[in-house]
Each structure stands twice: as C-alpha cells, then as structure tokens.
Design a protein around this ligand. Structure first.
Ligand code: MRU
Length: 349
C-alpha cells in the first residue's frame, strides 16, 4: 500500500502516528484537514510531503469557488498554509510550487479542467516518486557489501516517501539482491521514527535489524560493529550541507572519527541550489512537549522546560556521498549537485 494516494477527490494517508500498533488510513477531503495531518505528523518524510503538497493544491482547487479570480485567491492562500506546516523539508514547497505552476499556466481557463489537471499531476508526481526511489536503490545498493552492518537514523523508508524509500530503499534493494545485512536502527528521539517506523518496515521486509537508542551508536562504532551509515535528507544546500532529522549530525561526526562512510540518499528535489550553505536552511522547532514525554507519557518534572529543534545540519565535509536518482554525487558537492540538478531538469524537459 502507498503512503499517500487518492480516491476520487479525497486524499488518503497511512496514519504514521498509529504505527506500529495498527495500519490505519486518514482521509483528507479538504486542504485544512491535510494541513492538520501534516502538522500532527500523520504523514511525514520529505518526499512524501512533496507529493502531499501537490495533492493539497488539488484539494484546494476542488473545494474552491468556481469563479476563476476567487479560486486563484483561495488556492494561493492554501498553498501558503501548506508550505508553512513543515518549513525544513524543501520537497513540500517544491511539490506545492510545481502544482501552483499549473494553476498559473491555466489562468482564466476552465476551472473544472484545471481541477482535473491538478489531480492527474499529483498522481504522476506520486508515481514518479516511486520510480526515483527505485533508481536511488539501484545506485546505492552496490555500496552495501554482503554481510554489511548499516546504521540508519530516523525513517527514510517507504513511509517517508510514496513507496520503497530512499536510505531504506537502498537497504531494500540490496537485501532483495540477496545480500545479508544487519541494520542498526537509531530509535530517533523524540518522535521515535526509528523504533516505530523503520523497525516496522524492516520487520515487513524480513531484513535483520536491532533498534538502538540514539546514544549507543558511538559505542558500537568504537567496537567495530558498524560498517557504514546511510540516512535521508530534508534539504541539501548547494555546497552539500545536509539538513536531516535531529541527531544526524552526531552520527556523521561519530562516523568520521571512526573512519566509517556516511552516505545520504535523497531525490534531486531535496537539493535546494537557492540555499548556499546549511546555515541558511530554516530549522523547524516543534513543541517542547514532544521532548518532555516518551511515547505520550510525561517523563520530566512538572514545570520542566525543553528545546525541540526537529532537524540539524551535517556539514558537507562529513558526507561521503549523496545518492540521488541521477547517481552518486561526491565532493566537490557544489559541482556534483549542480550537475545532478541540471541532468534531472534536462530529463524532465
Ligand atoms: O520529522 P520527519 O519525520 O518528517 O523527518 C524525516 C526525516 O528527517 C527523514 O530522514 C527525511 O525526511 C528523509 S525521508 C526519505
């Protein structure tokens, strides 16, 4: 089953807040219900958010007035609300912008026809996401030797995309090639994307894994029990600095100290050439309550304060390579990433 799909003019999502306990769907019949689902992290992960953004514009056009001027105003406002829900993952604003280009290009034309085009466009973006992930998997799988012990952080799997996954897509591809792997799954405090979602996906796939708390990675690396790290990304600056789930930077520094490769797997749509360095990437701050609780149970004294930056920046110097659908980009990243973006645009054109 796909993470996000539509039935008629309704968008359906696997509710990731209910996993691993149950696989339940949420139905969004309005752009506001989709924004609420994104804010609550019922759907999450950069590529999945990109597709959600495009479906959100289609929902806005569907529910908007039939008169062109008012419809355009309604959709533009909805696009802004969608973009603001999760500011770090550039794929979200990318998906919204791609759909909005269709709105602009159809200015003054038949509104029903625009609605049809938006739904079809979002469906195509979803299909393309799956193809891209499979290409990332094919490029990345040779990096995993038979017997490799791989550390991953957060969830960059099928659930974070439409299907297959980026970092976990590489693992999935290598495992289906018959390689014997063992995956160390960082729990990923505070939202537990690792223990709840990545472990669930590996369980389904039948790939051996061990969940570890985030503070165990250094110990295992020091004992020679990890061979390489592979993670996803929410935004990659032109110089190769990578924004990903909080804690990724720690893993990258530890990997460097222990001489281990540190790979990032992400579609070209995650590369933001308009942002030169990681320092300019907006970092989402989420509610401190998510830090003060564990799986919904409060674990800090009443009155405790907390910080909750949801992402961090891994400087390009710690990144061994960035696996995209166009191949593996290496240093100097300013050149290799620009080339990947150019090649992808040439393919689109
Ligand atoms: O806050 P989340 O769960 O949306 O964060 C997700 C991540 O950081 C993923 O690693 C990233 O989006 C890549 S998903 C293929």
């Amino acid at each position: 089953m796909r993470t996000i799909f539509r039935e008629g003019t309704r968008v359906k999502l696997i509710d990731q807040t209910r996993l691993p306990g149950e696989v339940a769907l949420v139905e969004c019949a309005s752009v506001d219900s989709l924004c609420a689902a994104i804010l609550a992290m019922r759907i999450r992960g950069a590529p999945a958010l990109g597709v959600a953004g495009a479906y959100g514009v289609a929902l806005a056009a569907e529910e908007g007035p039939a008169e062109w001027g008012s419809l355009s105003e309604h959709v533009t406002g909805a696009a802004e609300r969608l973009r603001r829900t999760r500011p770090t993952a550039v794929n979200l604003s990318w998906g919204v912008a791609r759909a909005m280009a269709l709105v602009v290009n159809n200015a003054g034309r038949d509104v029903d026809e625009l609605r049809r085009q938006l739904w079809t466009f979002a469906d195509a973006l979803a299909d393309r996401d799956v193809e891209i992930n499979r290409q990332i998997g094919s490029h990345g799988a040779p990096l995993l030797a038979d017997g490799a012990r791989v550390l991953t952080h957060c969830n960059a799997g099928a659930l974070a995309t439409v299907d297959w996954g980026t970092a976990l897509g590489v693992v999935r591809t290598a495992a289906r090639q018959g390689k014997r792997l063992h995956i160390y799954v960082d729990e990923t405090r505070p939202f537990l994307q690792g223990s709840r979602l990545t472990a669930w996906e590996l369980e389904q796939e039948g790939v051996p894994y061990s969940v570890i708390t985030d503070n165990m990675a250094g110990h295992l690396m020091a004992r020679g029990e990890i061979d390489l790290c592979i993670v996803g990304a929410d935004r990659i600056a032109a110089c190769g600095d990578v924004a990903n789930k909080i804690g990724t930077y720690t893993v990258a520094v530890l990997a460097r100290v222990h001489g281990l490769p540190f790979y990032v797997a992400a579609p070209v749509s995650t590369i933001d050439l308009a942002i030169e360095t990681g320092g300019d990437i907006p970092i989402e701050e989420r509610s401190p309550e998510e830090v003060l609780t564990f799986a919904g149970v409060r674990v800090a004294p009443a009155g405790a304060r907390a910080r909750h930056p949801a992402f961090d920046i891994t400087p390009a110097e710690y990144v061994t390579g960035i696996i995209t659908e166009m191949g593996i980009a290496g240093a100097p990243f300013d050149e290799s990433l620009a080339a990947a973006v150019a090649a992808s645009r040439a393919g689109d054109g």
